[in-house]
Design a protein around this ligand. Structure first.
Ligand SMILES: Cc1cc2nc3c(=O)[nH]c(=O)nc-3n(C[C@H](O)[C@H](O)[C@H](O)COP(=O)(O)OP(=O)(O)OC[C@H]3O[C@@H](n4cnc5c(N)ncnc54)[C@H](O)[C@@H]3O)c2cc1C
Length: 402
């Protein structure tokens, strides 16, 4: 494959990771085409939390690989370090039985965990004040990455590896020849041109259905506005794991400089339909009340939040497929094109393994695990059309956290 060319459309973490793994296996020429700046979509807005405690066998196995790769990348990427603080997934008595039923799956795949009661959580992390009935599922391998460290470090490594990284390049359409995708039409704002390739990988996240429209394909994916906030430096660093606080409708983790980062789900907000390729996530708006509500909701769990405020905010889009699982692979009847999207609120967590799997497919290798459950071809066209014709709120989409 040394003389082959791969074009990757979308320079978020999924596209960048695909470029990394393709180059690592000596694919040939690897080109990333990003319409804005690299990472300017959801990737640089993420909280970067990862846990291995997912809901399906494919998800659990994929995350196991992602967690191992994050640790390898910590060694390989100067300026980046995976924060291995663990991840605490919280449950109330109503939500626990569904998760408890997944523990045999974690045992089968040797995914470590510890079930903690409220008293045990308080003694591990004295800043936390969970109510007596709360159950904690601690993932000792989980943690988080700072997007502002990870993305620049990965970009530097890609340049060293010879990947051609182009920002300000909007891909308008795929070029089809004999039923095969053989390249893209790209516009830099001044000139339109065509680029031919042996493989095209589309990782355009919330723009995916706009990308696929020219090839008369769609995937059943909904996008939702999502937001996270950071406090000013606190008097002292707070010892915390990354916490998926689902009973509180949000999550919280430590952040650089003695800060705390927290994210809020806006359950009643309707899906967001990306209007055009020109749409930029900076245009997304959030009611100021969301920030106040988040602090009020999380303060009983983490009392230090009652005495501080938020000084910065990031707003972006998270994308969910109809069945909640990611969409990753080639499209039946459309050779030459591979796609990766719908990683729910866990695309940052997935990126090292999503890039690996996409690179393996493009290079003609057997993927590291059976990814039939992620196949883009698992949805009937009629079901996709029906799903896209509806409008749903976040609470009615299949919900997945990190
Ligand atoms: C506030 C917030 C918090 C989050 N927290 C977490 C978390 O804690 N853990 C976690 O795992 N995930 C989290 N996520 C989700 C995560 O950010 C996403 O799942 C992930 O970044 C998706 O990566 P991506 O590369 O697919 O998308 P993006 O980063 O959006 O990249 C897609 C890129 O494609 C480009 N593009 C689109 N159309 C074109 C075109 N026609 N031509 C060229 N380029 C194009 C876009 O400009 C964009 O840069 C969070 C998201 C948000 C918004």
């Amino acid at each position: 494959m040394a003389s082959a060319t791969a074009l990757i459309v979308g320079g978020g973490v999924i596209g960048l990771s695909t470029a990394y793994h393709l180059t690592r296996r000596g694919f040939g020429r690897v080109v990333v085409l990003e319409k804005d700046a690299l990472g300017a979509g959801s990737s640089r807005r993420a909280a970067g939390i990862i846990t291995g405690h997912l809901w399906s066998e494919t998800g659990v196995r994929a995350r196991k690989i992602a967690l191992a790769l994050y640790r390898e990348l910590s060694e390989e990427l100067p300026g980046y370090r995976f924060r291995d603080v663990g991840c605490l997934n919280l449950f109330d008595p109503a939500s626990w039985p569904e998760r408890a039923a997944l523990l045999p799956l974690y045992d089968r795949w040797a995914v470590p965990y510890a079930v903690l009661d409220a008293q045990e959580m308080r003694s591990c992390w004295p800043a936390l004040n969970p109510p007596a009935e709360m159950i904690g599922l601690f993932d000792p391998l989980g943690g988080y990455s700072e997007p502002d460290e990870y993305i620049p470090a990965l970009v530097r490594r890609l340049r060293e590896l010879g990947v051609e990284l182009h920002s300000g390049q909007q891909v308008r359409d795929f070029i089809l020849r004999g039923g095969r995708v053989v390249g893209v039409q790209v516009d830099d704002g001044h000139t339109a041109r065509t680029l031919e390739a042996d493989a095209v990988v589309c990782t355009t996240h919330a723009w995916m259905n706009l990308s696929l429209a020219g090839a008369a394909r769609q995937v059943p994916v909904k996008a939702f506005v999502h937001q996270r906030y950071v406090t000013p430096p606190l008097p002292a660093a707070v010892d915390l794991p990354a916490i998926n606080a689902n009973p509180y409708g949000g999550y919280v983790r430590p952040a650089a400089g003695k800060r705390i980062l927290a994210g809020a789900e806006t359950a009643q907000r309707a899906e967001f339909r990306v209007p055009s390729f020109d749409f930029h996530m900076d245009a997304l708006e959030v009611a100021p009340q969301v920030a106040d509500d988040l602090r009020a909701t999380l303060a009983p769990l983490l009392p230090v939040l009652a005495t501080t405020t938020w000084v910065s905010r990031q707003v972006g889009l998270i994308c969910f497929s109809m069945d909640g699982e990611p969409i990753l692979g080639g499209l039946d009847g459309l050779p030459g094109l591979w796609i990766g999207c719908a990683f729910h609120s866990g695309g940052f967590a997935y990126n090292p393994v999503a890039g690996l799997l996409l690179a393996q497919l493009v290079a003609g290798e057997t993927p590291a695990l059976d990814i039939a459950a992620f196949s883009p071809n698992r949805f009937a066209a009629s079901a996709t059309a029906g799903y896209l014709a509806t409008t749903v709120t976040q609470e009615h989409a299949v919900r997945r956290r990190h």
